[in-house]
Design a protein around this ligand. Structure first.
Ligand code: ACO
Length: 429
């Protein structure tokens, strides 16, 4: 906090209004506009472009410099030296765990991987061709109907157990939503495997054969989860906070986050990238698609390019690109036509004035789709995998809010509808 103030002069109001300014550890100062309502004024910022909705100590992004820090640690260092569950611990508790703390944390997550057997029956209510994200919205919300002993949000112990349950059960539910669509039997988790090995085992294993999981693919999967673990107040995290601010239970809040993530402007972009590459179909068509992306009258956008915050490069994309190279080399994939299109597209867009001027760079989703496709994950599961990784971020933010002081989130509006008018009976309209 600082002693700085902003002075706001408004036509028709005699006294200038003093607004306190706060400084964080890093990042721009914020002007506290909370007092404006007593002057009969609201601020107006559609899309929250200039609005800090909360105070947080979890993640910091400097979009201009391409910096992403979790609890102060750069994402590149975490991706190289840490693993997903260790990063979960860091996001949840604020510090890297000691060896013993890590073992205990991982052990507890492993103990929560199974889901209530009745949830299998719940799946049968869905159509076989349901999109796995549609299933996830429903099933994760329904966890609140199965785990009554972790719904009391004012109890720290309940919040802890809910966090473990969500982190541990998301891969199980994700794999079940895939198995359901293929008609194959659900696989029980194998708690002797690591988090990402277990996910691959439940996705691709079957009860008749033992799973053979490549350590390189498991490492790539782990890195995908890690790189998606948190991203401060993005659309889905803000949705989780907003839902949580009303006192809703954690499972319902995370289901709300999954719904917000699904859209193609957010987590749905990784699926949209692959669909776009398939639609382009051949390198010779790239120029047409780039021209469409630049055409103001065409709603088409290059999926996987651009970011609200990163205007230099997306540091996650850098790591993801390296992981993509590693996975493709391991799998011996050199001449994949979609990959060829992706590489050419990236090259063209990075040198095109339109993209340079608007600071549009490949984001994390541009490369994650390529890795996931190479691992053999179906496109419809891409956003589900994002949701699995992001669950810890959602929970960490929800918990930070609930364990501090908070009020229900209730934005206001600039009303441009009719002024008051009298009701007209139906026979007079
Ligand atoms: N292709 C072509 N033009 C684009 C693209 C794109 N991918 N992204 C932005 N632009 C243009 C816009 O048309 C706009 O042009 P204008 O100034 O002439 O009107 C300008 O760049 C700014 O774009 P906005 O939409 O105002 O930027 P905003 O911050 O609101 O949107 C977003 C960011 C949603 C990510 C956008 O860049 C986009 O739609 N990208 C494609 C979808 C995508 O990859 N989403 C994943 C985001 S990362 C994540 O969620 C993990």
């Amino acid at each position: 906090m600082s002693d700085k103030k902003a002075i706001l002069e408004i036509d028709g109001i005699d006294q200038p209004i003093e607004l306190p300014i706060y400084s964080g550890t890093l990042g721009p100062d914020v002007v506290d506009v909370g007092g404006l309502t007593s002057q009969g004024l609201f601020t107006y910022d559609p899309g929250f472009v200039s609005t800090a909705s909360c105070e947080s100590q979890i993640t910091f992004i400097d979009g201009g410099k391409g910096i992403l820090l979790h609890r102060g640690y750069p994402i590149g260092q975490l991706a190289e030296k840490s693993d997903y569950l260790e990063t979960c611990y860091l996001l949840l508790y604020g510090e890297l765990p000691t060896k013993e703390q890590k073992e205990e944390f991982v052990g507890t997550v492993h103990k929560h991987t199974m889901v209530n057997e009745q949830i299998r029956t719940f799946f049968n209510g869905f159509r076989r061709d349901a999109h796995p994200m549609a299933i996830m919205c429903g099933v994760v919300g329904a966890l609140s109907a199965f785990y009554h002993d972790s719904l009391e949000i004012s109890e720290e112990q309940h919040r802890q157990v809910a966090a473990f349950r969500l982190i541990a059960k998301m891969p199980t539910l994700a794999a079940m939503s895939y198995k359901f669509s293929t008609g194959q039997p659900f696989m029980y988790p194998d708690n002797s495997l690591s988090y990402s090995e277990n996910f691959l085992h439940m996705m691709f294993g079957n009860p008749c054969e033992s799973s053979n999981i490549s350590p390189v693919l498991a490492r790539a999967m782990d890195r995908i989860f890690l790189l998606h673990a948190d991203h401060e107040q993005n659309a889905s995290t803000s949705t989780v906070r907003l839902a949580g601010s009303s006192g809703a239970n954690p499972f319902a809040c995370i289901a709300a986050g999954i719904a917000a993530l699904w859209g193609p402007s957010h987590g749905g972009a990784n699926e949209a990238v692959l669909e776009m590459l398939e639609e382009i179909g051949d390198v010779s068509h790239i120029d047409d698609f780039v021209a469409r992306a630049k055409d103001k009258d065409d709603p088409f956008r290059l999926m996987g390019f651009g970011h609200r915050v990163y205007k230099n490069f997306d540091p996650r994309a850098k790591v993801m690109k390296e992981a993509a190279d590693e996975v493709l080399a391991e799998l011996g994939i050199e001449n994949d036509p979609l990959l060829e299109i992706a590489k050419r597209l990236e090259e063209i867009a990075l040198h095109d004035e339109y993209f340079i001027d608007k600071k549009l760079y490949p984001n994390v989703d541009f490369y994650s789709g390529i890795i996931l496709k190479a691992i053999g994950i179906p496109t419809s599961m891409f956003t589900v995998i994002f949701a699995v990784g992001r669950t810890v971020g959602w929970i960490a933010h929800w918990n930070e809010m609930i364990s501090g002081s908070y009020r229900i989130g209730r934005p206001r509006q600039l009303y441009t509808g009719y002024p008051q008018r009298d009701f007209v009976p139906v026979d007079k309209r």
